[in-house]
Design a binder for this molecule. Structure first.
Ligand SMILES: Cc1cc2nc3c(=O)[nH]c(=O)nc-3n(C[C@H](O)[C@H](O)[C@H](O)COP(=O)(O)OP(=O)(O)OC[C@H]3O[C@@H](n4cnc5c(N)ncnc54)[C@H](O)[C@@H]3O)c2cc1C
Length: 478
């Protein structure tokens, strides 16, 4: 039997697992996908929000502000790309300026440091590409951009290094209370646990209903994006929002931590797992973004994608015990990425209040470093290649990612099993050609290292096959 079993390994489940792995407890994490971070965590705006948006007094407000502080530190400690570039909310009218004053007031009540309202001229001095129609802006210096999937992976790896048992490809299908424990049914067998944490993202209502009377509905809302080439990465220096509405934080224009420009999202009701993009959605994103930054060159777009938010219709996260030993970490919509580390901390606090003993391990392993070849000096390149010639073979030309880095991630606590799994870990395939050149070489490497045939290497999720084995048959016919 495990002390705590966590359902879902997005950023929420990973943060809870990392936090609990500090203590003398057994922790199990069940994730139905073949990798961590395949839900909302992989497709979002990647902003570490300052915390002026949530209503004062909500759990969301408290966890957002605490999460902002924790996450910036965590990223530094765990070698996760993160840049504190600050954010602006733009006003175009008197009505918008009233909204800025309301956000400033909320932010001050929430304890957000450094907020300031800037004039239109001042904000254009800082961001010369902003529209001439901008009349004022709210400046939040603690906002940051990060790599969301690397944050999730880094926390999950830390949990695994400290003894957590992560089971991928394991979908929870039912929950049964037997005496003082939970029997957790999955597609790979049953697990027993004293406590179950529900971190199932857009499926958190389904998992909740397995354990407790129906209480909330997840109302999924899809957001679509443009990702632009690095040639557009300097169009703005900070995260540029428009005023939020009841539909969300609105369309933003932001540098990414990898040097690209991200533009989006819209907000449309959608089926739970529908991450398709639409011409109408993307047109809306493009036209709305141009109101903030008119000269974005959308011909430099290298990818469109969409993510699905786990909204619930409540103005807050749904966090709390729903049944004995069953804790919901649910409806973790935006700013869930920012709040995850604080949610993990809060989950541990709630478990302790419920009677779980939290005794710190003396052996907690914290800290993480990965080789980033392209960021090293020539002397460091030479030393690295002399130590291991695999660092001398460049696999991804756009992002200058070497074979050595890919082999390194295959030896990490949570190795990738797919081409996109490699991309999320080392950036191979993230550049202008989006894997056109390096994709086949990554398949070759995965096949060699995982001792699988190339046909068995998926692009991403289980079943997303790249090679179907027909090449050989055609060759034989010829
Ligand atoms: C368009 C968009 C923009 C956003 N922008 C931001 C932003 O800029 N800043 C910010 O702070 N937040 C943002 N968010 C919110 C943030 O992405 C989410 O709050 C966060 O990723 C939620 O993480 P999670 O772990 O709760 O859920 P997920 O990442 O969805 O993880 C849930 C996991 O549970 C697994 N699972 C589900 N059911 C089962 C089961 N039965 N058995 C086993 N596993 C299961 C899933 O496979 C999944 O991996 C945005 C979200 C979206 C969609």
């Amino acid at each position: 039997m495990t002390d705590v079993l966590i359902i879902g390994c997005g950023v929420t489940g990973a943060a809870a697992a990392m936090e609990l792995s500090r203590y003398k407890l057994s922790v199990t994490v069940l994730e139905r996908e073949n990798d961590v971070s395949l839900g909302s965590t992989r497709a979002n705006s990647a902003i570490i929000h300052a915390g002026y948006d949530p209503k004062p007094g909500t759990l969301m407000a408290r966890l957002n502000v605490r999460g902002n502080e924790l996450t910036r530190k965590l990223c530094a400690d765990l070698d996760v790309p993160c840049r504190q570039c600050g954010s602006l909310v733009l006003a175009f009218s008197d009505k918008d300026e009233a909204t800025l004053r309301e956000l400033l007031d909320r932010g001050e009540k929430n304890g957000v440091p450094g907020l300031e309202i800037l004039s239109g001229d001042e904000v254009r001095r800082r961001e010369p590409n902003l529209a001439g129609t901008v009349t004022a802006a709210l400046w939040a210096p603690t906002a940051a951009v990060c790599s969301p999937w690397e944050l999730c992976l880094a926390m999950a790896e830390t949990a695994v290094k400290n003894g957590a048992d992560l089971r991928l490809d394991t979908a929870v299908t039912g929950l049964e209370r037997t005496g003082d424990r939970w029997l957790v049914h999955t597609n790979t067998g049953d697990f027993e646990a004293r406590y179950v944490l529900n971190a199932a993202g857009v499926d958190a209502d389904t998992v909740h209903d397995m354990a407790a009377p129906h209480d909330f509905d997840i109302r999924p809302s899809r957001g679509e994006y443009y990702l632009l080439d690095k040639s557009e990465g300097g169009r703005v220096n900070t995260v540029v929002f428009q005023c939020p509405s009841e539909r969300g934080k609105g369309v933003l224009v932001s540098p990414t931590v990898h040097g690209n420009l991200i533009v989006g999202p819209n907000a449309e009701p959608s089926p739970r797992h529908d991450t398709s993009t639409t011409a109408e959605g993307l047109d809306f994103v493009k036209e709305t973004a141009k109101l903030s930054v008119p000269n974005i060159d959308f011909s430099q777009s290298i990818r469109n994608f969409a993510g699905v938010r786990a909204n619930s219709g409540r103005d807050d996260f749904v966090i709390g015990f729903a049944a004995p030993g069953f804790l919901d970490l649910a409806a973790i919509c935006s700013p869930g990425l920012t709040s995850a580390a604080a949610i993990g901390e809060y989950a541990a606090e709630l478990l302790q209040k419920d009677g779980l003993t939290l005794e710190k391990k003396d052996t907690f392993l914290y800290g993480r470093k990965r080789t980033r070849f392209k960021e090293l000096s020539d002397a460091d390149h030479a030393a690295l290649v002399a130590r291991d010639p695999a660092f001398g073979r460049v696999i991804c030309r756009c992002e200058t990612v070497t074979e050595g880095e890919i082999l390194e991630c295959l030896r990490a606590p949570i190795p990738p099993r797919s081409v996109d799994g490699v991309k999320r870990r080392v950036n191979a395939g993230m550049g202008r050609c989006q894997g056109g050149f390096c994709g086949p070489r990554v398949v070759e490497l995965l096949s060699r290292e995982l001792k699988l045939s190339p046909e068995e290497i998926p692009q991403d999720r289980v079943g997303s096959r790249i090679l179907l084995g027909e090449t050989k048959e055609v060759a034989e016919h010829v």
